[in-house]
Every structure is written in structure tokens, then in C-alpha cells.
Write a new protein. Structure first.
Lengths: 269, 260
């Protein structure tokens, strides 16, 4: 009896050990790829295999990073981009929740507006950006509107689809309990769409960042998008690549943050 | 006897699509007395569920009238409980909060209603699961929870739309037995819609056989067993059970032959 128990326990520890080892190896390979890439980049640039004026190199990048960090300009640009992205994101989420609710409430309205939404969603929004600058001026508002325009139409369509595909019998249940339309929305439609809302948020945070960078390309004097355009025009490649790298990190962090919220919420759903 | 609790007078119901009008119920008249249990059986698509939806006021009548306590349905304040085929417990609420859903909607979350609901919860063995989520419960427990949610509003009329059809056979017998006893004990007047003839007979005082679409009343068969303190279980074992079963089977069978 005792023996089988120990052997079962051993088999279990063995299994856990295997899984953990595999996860560890995956992480090691990921880091190795990154280090190899940095090394090859630095090596080829130093030995003139690639032109380090055009392609830059990790050591230059790091030097730029430190000096921009010291004079505070880097944090300023990051802050501006983050601020615009988050404002845009909040507007997109609240706006699309509001619109999807309105469409759920009045399905005739949704039928009327659907083709327009589909067209606006399919339109490449970068085409809109120059028009927005003419209309709204080269300022933060333009950039935030630009970010919203990239994300909001798809977001409304997705949310609305989620709203109307709620189990009709659950709505019937609320009605048999003499619930109002508003109670159907509050007690069934919104809560059953929480996972859907989170996944839409995950997509939209990335889209808002895209919108902000497009906006900053065309209409800004600050922000990472501006840094990229300005850097490429003045051949400060270390500025350009550093900004791109930071955008990668921001995108990843924002996504991870939402994933974390999703996990927390998943415990309740 | 007084006025029956629920009366149907020549009720017709049709629904419309772009291509045609479909009549699902034709000339339905019957009475449901206080404490009475009526089962409806009939081929699928004969409008059984429509009949319950009309009673609950979820659909408008095409013609005819429904009266509750002698008043037109719209003016009546009698509480009607409706149990659907599936339990439809909300996955994001605990059992306890699922059961208070009706009270919450009708703003009746006062001490007396809560106490009554908690009593039901204790009686039907769900008290220990009050903080669990629906996915943690078995099918039978979920269906019991759905019944408590309905009973929490102390309905005078209960509508059951194949409430056991999603359960496996064994659970189905147990749950229908439980629910049958609760209904008898509380003296709730009930309309049950089902495909299962045995279930229809074992619980009912009257079985109404509906014809194929458009559903009309084919026959009304009163069910009486010698023992008036019966439960669904004892009814299934009663000597008269088979007689009723065959009688109803024939009523439905006739119907099928007419159309074949």
C-alpha cells in the first residue's frame, strides 16, 4: 500500500519535473535567439559587413537610450504616446459599448447603419489621417481621433454581434420573471458578453497604438511616432530603431496587462 | 367551485413570416381550477409551448380570450411562474444569486421572501451549494435550483415546458417526483407540456391531447387513481396507469394515422 503510494507520487513528481524542464528550455531558447540576434547585429556592424550608419547597432542604440533617458526627452515622448493611446482606447471601449447597446435596443437603427459601418471598418484609416489634420489641425485631438477611427468601427460590429447572439432563452427567462428590456441588458446581455468585451479590448489596445503612431507621423511635434519620422528624415537611425523597440515593449506590456485582467475575470466566469 | 383560476376561450394563435401565415393553435378552450394539474401532450410542433407563452403573456393572442381569476389576463395580478426546458442558470452568478434573480427583478428582496427561498434551498438539499457556481452542480440539482428560482416568487400558476427533458432517465424520475410533491404540497395550479406520456399521466389530474398543427384539443382525459394521496412514483405503479397510457397513446396514434 505504502509502496504504490510512493511510486504514484514519484510518477507525479517526474511528470511535473518534465513539464517544468520543457518550459524552462523554451524560455532559454527564446532568450538565446534574442542574444544571438543582438550579437550578430553588433558584430556585423563593427566589422563593416553592414553599414552601421543605416542599420545602426545595439551599442549605439543603448548609448542613445541612456542619453535620451538622462535628458528626460525619451520619457516625455513615451508619455505622450501612451497618454494618447489610453485616451483613444477608453473612448473606443466606452463608445463601442454605447453604440452596440443602442443598436441592440433599436435593431432597425442597426440595420440602417450596418452598411456604413462595414464600409468605414474596411476603409484603410491611414487614408483618413491627412483629412483629419486639415479638419482638426495638427494637435493631440487629431491624433486621438485618428486612434479611435482605426479601432472603433470593428469594435462596434464585434460587440453588437456578441450582444445579439446571446441565448434567446436566457432573455425569455428574464421576461418570464417579468423583467424589463433594461434588465435583460443589465442581467444577461452585458454579463454574458464580458469575455467578448475583454477580447475586443485586447485587439483594440493594439489598434489604438497603431492609430496614434499614424497620427504622430503626420501631425505631431512629440511622441514616439514623431521621433520615428523625425529620426528617419534626419538619418538619426538610432532614434528610429529605439522608438520602434520601445513601441514593441509598450504593445507587449499593454497586452499583458489586459491578459492579466482577463485571467482575474475568468475566475468569475 | 367558483370561477376557475385560468380560462381559455376559443384561443387562436398564428404567426407570420414573409412567405406565409402559420396557425399554431386553433380554437383552444379549457379551464384550470385551483390546485389542479393539467398535462398537455401531442406531436411536436403542435403549439404546446405557444400555449404556455400565451398564458405567460409573452405572446399576443390572435383571437379569443384568456381569463385569470375571471379577469382578462392583462389586468390580472396573479403571479405566473414559468420553467423552461433548460435550467438557464446564469453561469456568472452563484446559485444563491441565481435564485434571488426573480426577487431582484421584481424588487421583492425582503426578509419574508428571502426566508422562504432559503427554506426551499434547505428542503431540496441545495443549501450547501448556495455559494457554488452552476457549472459545479449536476443536471438534477440545476433543475431543482431552477424550480426554486421560480417558486421563490410564490406563483399561483406554474407553467412547465418539458422541464425534465434535458435530464437522464434516472434523474428525471427523481426530479419529477420531487417537483410533483412540491407542487402538490404548495397547492400550485400547473400546466405541464411534455412528450413523455408516463410523465404526463403520473403528475396530472387531467391530460389534454392536442392534434397536429394547427393544434386543437383532441380529447381531455381526467386521471383518477384510487389513492388520492398519490405521488408521481406511486402513480406509475398504480393498476390504472396502463389503462390511461393506452388511452392517450391511442388518442395520439389516431391523429398520426389521419395524416399519414
Amino acid at each position: 500500500m505504502m509502496k504504490t503510494k510512493t511510486s504514484v507520487k514519484n510518477a507525479q513528481t517526474e511528470y511535473v519535473r518534465k513539464i517544468k524542464r520543457r518550459q524552462f528550455l523554451i524560455r532559454v531558447y527564446q532568450i538565446l535567439i534574442f542574444i544571438t540576434f543582438l550579437f550578430l547585429w553588433e558584430y556585423t556592424a563593427k566589422h563593416g559587413i553592414i553599414n552601421d550608419f543605416i542599420f545602426c547597432c545595439p551599442s549605439k542604440l543603448f548609448a542613445t537610450f541612456v542619453s535620451m533617458l538622462k535628458d528626460g526627452s525619451l520619457l516625455h515622448h513615451i508619455g505622450i504616446t501612451l497618454y494618447e493611446t489610453l485616451i483613444g482606447f477608453v473612448i473606443v471601449i466606452l463608445g463601442s459599448l454605447g453604440m452596440a447597446t443602442l443598436f441592440w435596443w433599436n435593431q432597425t437603427l442597426s440595420k440602417v447603419l450596418e452598411p456604413y459601418l462595414v464600409i468605414l471598418n474596411a476603409l484603410p484609416k491611414s487614408a483618413l489621417a491627412p483629412v483629419l489634420i486639415v479638419w482638426l489641425g495638427a494637435n493631440k485631438t487629431t491624433i486621438i481621433v485618428c486612434a479611435c477611427s482605426v479601432a472603433i468601427f470593428g469594435s462596434i460590429l464585434n460587440l453588437y454581434t456578441g450582444f445579439i447572439s446571446v441565448d434567446a432563452d436566457k432573455i425569455k427567462l428574464i421576461k418570464t420573471l417579468k423583467g424589463s428590456r433594461f434588465q435583460c441588458l443589465k442581467l444577461v446581455v452585458l454579463p454574458s458578453n464580458v469575455p467578448n468585451i475583454i477580447s475586443i479590448m485586447k485587439v483594440n489596445i493594439g489598434l489604438c497604438l497603431v492609430g496614434v503612431v499614424i497620427g504622430e507621423f503626420l501631425a505631431a511635434r512629440e511622441g514616439l511616432g514623431y521621433l520615428i519620422i523625425y529620426g528617419s528624415q534626419t538619418f538619426k537611425m538610432s532614434n528610429v530603431l529605439l522608438s520602434i523597440l520601445i513601441l514593441c515593449v509598450i504593445a507587449m506590456l499593454l497586452y499583458t496587462l489586459l491578459q492579466h485582467i482577463e485571467k482575474k475575470l475568468a475566475e468569475y466566469f | 367551485m367558483g370561477i376557475p383560476l385560468l380560462e381559455f376561450f376559443n384561443v387562436n394563435y398564428s404567426y407570420h413570416t414573409i412567405s406565409c401565415e402559420t396557425q399554431t393553435l386553433k380554437d383552444i378552450s379549457f379551464n384550470l381550477n385551483k390546485n389542479e394539474f393539467i398535462s398537455f401532450v401531442g406531436p411536436s410542433g403542435c403549439g404546446k409551448t405557444t400555449l404556455l407563452n400565451l398564458t405567460a403573456g409573452l405572446l399576443p393572442l390572435s383571437s379569443g380570450a384568456i381569463r385569470i381569476n375571471g379577469k382578462p389576463r392583462e389586468e390580472s395580478d396573479v403571479n405566473i411562474g414559468y420553467m423552461l426546458q433548460k435550467d438557464h442558470l446564469l453561469e456568472w452568478r452563484t446559485i444563491y444569486r441565481n435564485l434571488t434573480l426573480g426577487l431582484e427583478i421584481q424588487k421583492k428582496k425582503d426578509a419574508s421572501h428571502i426566508e422562504m427561498m432559503e427554506d426551499l434551498l434547505k428542503t431540496y438539499g441545495l443549501w450547501d451549494f448556495r455559494n457554488a457556481y452552476p457549472r459545479q452542480l449536476s443536471g438534477g440539482m440545476r433543475q431543482r435550483a431552477a424550480l426554486i428560482r421560480t417558486l421563490a416568487l410564490s406563483p399561483e400558476i406554474l407553467l412547465l415546458d418539458e422541464p425534465f427533458s434535458a435530464l437522464d432517465y434516472q434523474t428525471r424520475l427523481n426530479v419529477s417526483n420531487d417537483i410533483g410533491s412540491i407542487i402538490k404540497e404548495k397547492g400550485i395550479s400547473t400546466l405541464l407540456v411534455t412528450h413523455d406520456l408516463a410523465e404526463a399521466i403520473s403528475m396530472a389530474d387531467k391530460v389534454i391531447v392536442l392534434s397536429k398543427r394547427p393544434g386543437t384539443i383532441k380529447s381531455i382525459i381526467p386521471i383518477e387513481f384510487g389513492d388520492n394521496r398519490r405521488t408521481p412514483e406511486s402513480a406509475r405503479n398504480a393498476p390504472e396507469f396502463n389503462k390511461y397510457y393506452n388511452q392517450i397513446w391511442e388518442a395520439i396514434h389516431d391523429e398520426n394515422e389521419d395524416f399519414s
